[in-house]
Design a binder for this molecule. Structure first.
Ligand code: BES
Ligand code: MN
Ligand code: ZN
Length: 507
């Protein structure tokens, strides 16, 4: 979708978008009188449109062509998420109706909680996020999608407010672009190349450990997963420092599961739906996308992202159920299910990140268990944490961007199940139920004392959902990018010193 902001002026457009507030309130400033008359006629017929957030109504054949009503709810309750939601619903309606051009006049009443230009920027952000398409492999391209022109009193202020949102959205777009690539095109080495091409120009320092490097460091868990594939694995770290070297201690590291395809290995997955396992790098995509967002908007924070990129395949060299491997941390693991590979990858990436960078906080994201999907569906990511405040901060950041999480239990019962073997320190899969929690307990075994850690199981969230306000329907969606971006902005960025305020731009 292309988006432009321009000043208020009453000009005819083929598609008019008119915001309606709660109780069918209309603000007629900047609207053509015929448009106002049409909108009022529709709003007076009972039951058609209330003006609630996320309502959209398209009405063809009015005096000025197509009329699209979008609900914004109560003006005094308007916030970023409500505007994003309205923008997302609008984008969906425009694309469903195959409308090439549309014009929105945004003039908020005096009691609105946001300025018109802020609201315009958030609305544009939601529309941009929702309208993502992946048509790279279609020979007939659908083009850049609808052109949305937003008319607002102070178009320059809207443009300024939108600039960092465009960068944030670019992070989500990057994550989605990676996730939706087919697994024959996107595998560890090509994913690494894409990261370098996208992030290096933004000033992100990228380091990649090769298979030999990882063998030398004793990463027997990650390498066991990788050994059945003809594709070489990589462990990639991405460092962004927007503090100019001031921040010596690393406040937070982001870790992602990057299984570019998960066949299950010899504990093979059923045929139906196996194609979906190209999305098994969704955690890594979220981490990479978040780093893209932060670097793009030059966030004042020092941060490290780390992803384990491997492919879980079957071959004469693949790992077997019954194998015992030694992780970088030194713990031995009996493989009782080759399909529980994500936790093996995370174990070694987590150890490496903690030894190399000494982060105070770690959040890991992984499409880890079908069990989490059973528990929470596509409504929530599973949240597992050893620190209540940190978990709460993550859920709050998620709620603010509608990438929601729900706290799930860690417990000694689950922990004991992961140690229930005569042969090694740990097993990689348990059979006591609670599969999302046993997986989380396994990962916890690799968290060093004092580190505040939260694990997000995004198995059901990273692809396939429909009806989300700002994520695209059905395809790989970059879930987690915005949650992380928001978490960093709220909790981890250096705040500008209050003593020397820079003059605020005119509202
Ligand atoms: N990548 C899968 C989890 C998954 C399932 C993601 C469905 C998205 C949709 C993971 O590697 C896996 O296979 N987990 C197993 C663990 C089990 C063998 C202990 C699972 O959930 O069945
Ligand atoms: Mn698996
Ligand atoms: Zn997997």
């Amino acid at each position: 979708m292309q988006i432009e902001f321009s000043p208020l002026s009453i000009k005819p457009a083929p598609v008019h978008i008119v915001p309606v507030f709660a109780d069918r309130r209309l603000d007629s400033a900047g609207l053509h009188p015929d448009t106002v008359a049409d909108a009022e006629r529709i709003l007076t017929s009972p039951g058609t449109f209330e003006g609630k957030t996320s309502e959209v109504l398209t009405v063809p054949g009015t005096a000025n062509g197509m009329l699209v009503l979008i609900g914004l709810g109560k003006p005094e309750a308007l916030n970023a998420l409500a505007c994003e939601t309205a923008g997302g619903r609008l984008a969906k309606a425009l694309s469903d109706q195959k409308l090439a051009r549309a014009e929105l006049v945004l003039h908020l009443p005096a009691d609105a909680a946001l300025s018109s230009s802020q609201a315009a920027a958030h609305l544009a952000h939601g529309a941009l996020l929702k309208s993502y398409k992946f048509d790279k492999y279609k020979t007939a391209k659908t083009g850049e999608g609808p052109f949305l022109s937003i008319r607002v009193a102070d178009a320059a202020a809207a443009e300024r407010a939108f600039a960092p949102m465009r960068e944030s959205a670019a992070g989500a777009y990057f994550a989605r672009d990676l996730a939706n690539e087919p697994p024959n095109a996107l595998y560890p080495e090509t994913m690494l190349q894409r990261l370098i091409a996208e992030l290096s120009p933004l000033g992100v320092k990228i380091r990649a450990l090769s298979e030999d490097d990882m063998r030398e460091k004793g990463m027997g868990a990650l390498l066991a997963v990788a050994q059945g594939s003809a594709k070489k694995p990589y462990l990639v770290t991405m460092e962004w420092d927007g503090t100019g070297g001031r921040q010596k201690d690393l406040p937070i590291a982001l870790v992602g599961k990057g299984v570019t395809f998960d066949t299950g290995g010899y504990s093979i997955k059923p045929a139906a739906g196996m194609d979906q396992m190209k999305f098994d790098m969704g955690g890594a995509a979220a981490v990479v996308g978040a780093i893209r967002s932060l670097a793009g908007r030059k966030a004042p924070v020092r941060i490290v992202g780390a992803v384990g990129l491997v492919e879980n395949m079957i071959s004469g060299n693949a790992y077997r159920p019954g194998d015992i491997v030694t992780s970088m941390a030194g713990k031995t693991i009996e493989i009782n299910n080759t399909d529980a590979e994500g936790r093996l990858v995370l174990a070694d990436v987590l150890t490496y990140v903690q030894r190399e960078f000494k982060p105070a906080h770690i959040v890991d994201l992984a499409t880890l268990t079908g069990a989490c999907r059973v528990a929470l569906g596509t409504a929530f990511a599973g949240v597992f944490s050893n620190d209540d405040d940190f978990a709460a901060a993550i859920m709050q950041a998620g709620a603010a961007v509608h990438e929601r999480g729900w706290r799930m239990p860690l417990d000694d019962i689950f922990n004991r199940a992961m140690k229930d073997t005569p042969y090694a320190d740990l097993v990689n899969a348990a059979s006591i139920g609670g599969g999302a929690s046993t997986a989380a307990e396994f990962i916890k075994e690799f968290i060093e004392p004092g580190v505040k850690w939260t694990h997000l199981d995004i198995a059901a969230m990273a692809s396939g959902a429909s009806g989300h306000p700002t994520l695209p329907d059905k395809i790989g969606n970059g879930f987690g990018v915005r949650l992380l971006d928001r978490l960093i902005a709220d909790r981890f960025e250096e705040k500008a010193p209050a003593a020397s305020p820079t003059p605020a731009p005119a509202p």
